[in-house]
Design a protein around this ligand. Structure first.
Ligand SMILES: [Zn+2]
Length: 413
């Protein structure tokens, strides 16, 4: 997942689940890995149901058994566990302060990454840690560790790297002319270096180009100056070449060098996900200066652009200072929407339905990011959630906390 709306949505759901507490030890979290037989899981749950009859507290017993029963009913809808497995949270959540206000809530999630192991947890809160792990950003970086003796190509995802290829060189060490003239030896050596760089470049292209879409950057490292010569010589495909974000001197080569590079690059990598956000905001301001018609900003303008299908990318501040309320007349069904600042209460005193004149209304608050995300899905726009508290976050805030890059200019008629 990237910093897009899907990730925001997933994180929001986790946060919501995390905030829920049971009255007793009666909230069930169930992690089912891919490939597990649904009927085996149901059988397991029936055993748990029987076990629960030993629970002394009558209400807790009833709640646990109702939760298990709800899960079984839901699982029966699946013939097969989905590709990444299934995660189910179910339990009696108090809806008010009093005893007996609990209601069984159930959440069935098809996670973005495979569930690793089967887990059944019954506690006074939901067990969400494995989901939190999935929600963490796991961008990929290409690593090339090299000197004139050879090169290693690796892919880094989160804290884990994987070596994907080794390339050896047959470059003779310096000053071993062994009978040949020194000049001729140097020339041959240079040719072999060039050859090796070419091979390394080709193998790096083969390994990394298929990952181009998810690759955040490429980092080169190694002892000596070969790493610099390799970069300067453009031995990588131009698409990879422009992704190089650093070239770092190292003491080691081979796998030890890869480990050293990962350690040294850590700070750099932290900044690089932010770098993408920064580039997005910069793009908006560049367009504003040159082709202002290609940008919409402020919530109503951006909504208009999304509705028209003109928005290509939408940037929204993670704590956008406005919210949206939907006001509905229960008498005639009339609906209107208002955008209000988050720090102000929606002042609706004296509201009157323009349709039927009724003064009774229902209010529903809408999460703007979620709302934009839904609109984005329908119109094919990518939604990016931008960190606040950054320099570019402040810039976006000056535009009302939301801006869109348009596919074409939207004209007013
Ligand atoms: Zn009305």
């Amino acid at each position: 997942m990237s910093l897009t709306y899907e990730r925001y949505e997933f994180k929001k759901l986790i946060k919501e689940l995390k905030g829920k507490r049971g009255r007793g030890t009666e909230l069930i979290s169930l992690y089912i890995p891919p490939g597990r037989n649904v009927y085996d899981v149901i059988k397991y749950l029936r055993d748990e149901y029987d076990q629960a009859s030993n629970i002394k507290d009558k209400l807790t017993r009833k709640n646990v058994q109702s939760a298990i029963e709800s899960i079984i009913q839901r699982l029966k809808l699946y013939r097969k566990v989905p590709e990444h497995g299934l995660v189910v949270f179910c339990g009696a959540i108090p809806q008010g302060k009093d005893r007996g206000t609990e209601k069984i809530e159930i959440y069935v999630i098809e996670p973005p990454e495979p569930v690793r192991s089967f887990q059944y947890v019954c506690d006074h809160e939901f067990y969400v840690e494995p989901l939190e792990e999935m929600a963490k950003e796991k961008k990929a970086y290409g690593l090339i560790v090299m000197d004139r003796g050879g090169g290693v190509i690796a892919v880094l995802r989160g804290p884990n790297y994987k070596i994907v290829d080794w390339v050896t060189s047959d470059i003779p060490p310096k000053h071993s002319a062994g009978g040949q003239s020194q000049r001729r030896f140097e020339r041959i050596r240079e040719e072999r270096v060039h050859d090796f760089f070419k091979r390394l470049g080709k193998r790096a292209n083969e390994a990394l180009l298929p990952l181009e879409g998810e690759l955040e950057g490429i980092i080169i490292g190694g002892p000596g100056d070969a790493r610099e010569k390799f970069e300067e010589g453009n031995f990588l495909d131009y698409r990879l070449q422009k992704k190089i974000i650093a070239n770092i001197p190292l003491s080691y080569t081979e796998e030890q060098g890869v480990r050293e590079l990962v350690m040294k690059a850590e700070d750099l990598l932290k900044e690089s996900s932010l770098y993408k956000e920064k580039a997005l905001v910069e793009e908006v301001f560049r367009l504003l200066a040159k082709e202002p018609g290609k940008v919409a900003y402020g919530i109503s303008e951006v909504e208009k652009a999304l509705k028209a299908g003109a928005a290509e990318k939408v940037l929204v501040l993670e704590d956008i200072p406005v919210k949206k309320v939907r006001i509905r007349c229960p008498q005639c069904g009339y609906e209107e929407q208002r955008i209000i600042r988050k720090d102000r209460e929606a002042s609706l005193s004296g509201w009157q339905c323009p349709n039927c004149g009724g003064t009774v209304y229902e209010v529903e608050e809408v999460d703007i990011i979620e709302h934009l995300g839904e609109m984005g899905k329908q119109s094919g726009a990518e939604i990016y959630v931008i960190s606040s508290g950054t320099e570019w976050g402040m810039q976006l805030k000056a535009l009302g906390g939301v801006a869109a890059v348009l596919r074409y200019e939207l004209r007013e008629y």
